[in-house]
Design a binder for this molecule. Sequence first.
Ligand SMILES: [Zn+2]
Ligand SMILES: [Zn+2]
Length: 340
Amino acid sequence: MTRKLPVYLLLDTSESMAGEALESVEIGVHKTISSLKKNPYALESVHLSIITFAAKAKVVLPFTEILAVNPPALSIKPGTSLGAALDLLRESILKDVTRTTREEKGDFRPLVFILTDGQPTDDWRGPLARLKEVKPRLGHIYGVGCGDEVDFETLGQIADVSIQVEAATSDSLAKFFVWLTDSVQSASVSPDTPLSLEKTPPLDKGMNLIDKNSPPKFHPETVRLHFHATCSKTKKHYLMRYRHDLTRPVYFFERSFAVPEDFFADGSLKAPATDAGSLLGSSDCPYCHGDAWGKCGFCGHIFCLDSNNLQPEVTCPFCETHLTLDPRNDANFSVDGSVG
Ligand SMILES: [Zn+2]
Ligand SMILES: [Zn+2]
């Protein structure tokens, strides 16, 4: 029996990955798989599994030899359950990986890559402690944080090696996936020794090795905020993303994203209360392009409005309560966003 080199990819699919980041990750996963399929060393040993984490952790690609892998579809959900992903990783390793016995040499040490753009929203310490006990012992865990909202202090406690990808853009993420592909290929050439930093390809411009003793400071107040909203006309869901203004305690509307019907199936957006008066700029409904939003005083949900065609009375698309718009009431009420 040939010995397998298990490679686990843990991907953050929380709301903050909506848009370019998730699209780039899908493209990157595609390219990584097709490159590995052409590499004779990888073909011989690499088995890949992909676990996503958002509201829940999910195995989206069960442990499969690289030649037979089909890239999975990824979808956005609220939250960043990295702890749940570590638990699922442990269960997967116990199920997938052959242990060494007196009679037989088992598989090589599993190699783990975690890609995230935020900070965990669940408990990760317990799952991490359990994961460290797993047999066969893990090779290095590589923690890769992309963008400027990564909590590297936490990531550094989970991962053996922390790497920063400066921006969650298609260019930067493409570079990361090239590095990932080269790293897995390099590991498959001599899978007996765990992949160390000396063996990984050099980091490209825009990727930095994080010093675990002095990780960059994490500023939770500067992260982007995400709000769940519903289109008044189509009743479809979307997310509104606001970006912190680094000079003032206000947030500017960045863009909105249509989300599938099942977006809230596993959980909801959780977040600090934010003063609506600190949310600036007109919004944009991805369905009807309404450029404003209101908040139902009855159920608290947010829905789109068209500022050029404001009606004195509206119906909340959630609870169907008839509401009277109060134009003076557009500031200083609390709204729930999310920081996942
Ligand atoms: Zn709308
Ligand atoms: Zn309502």
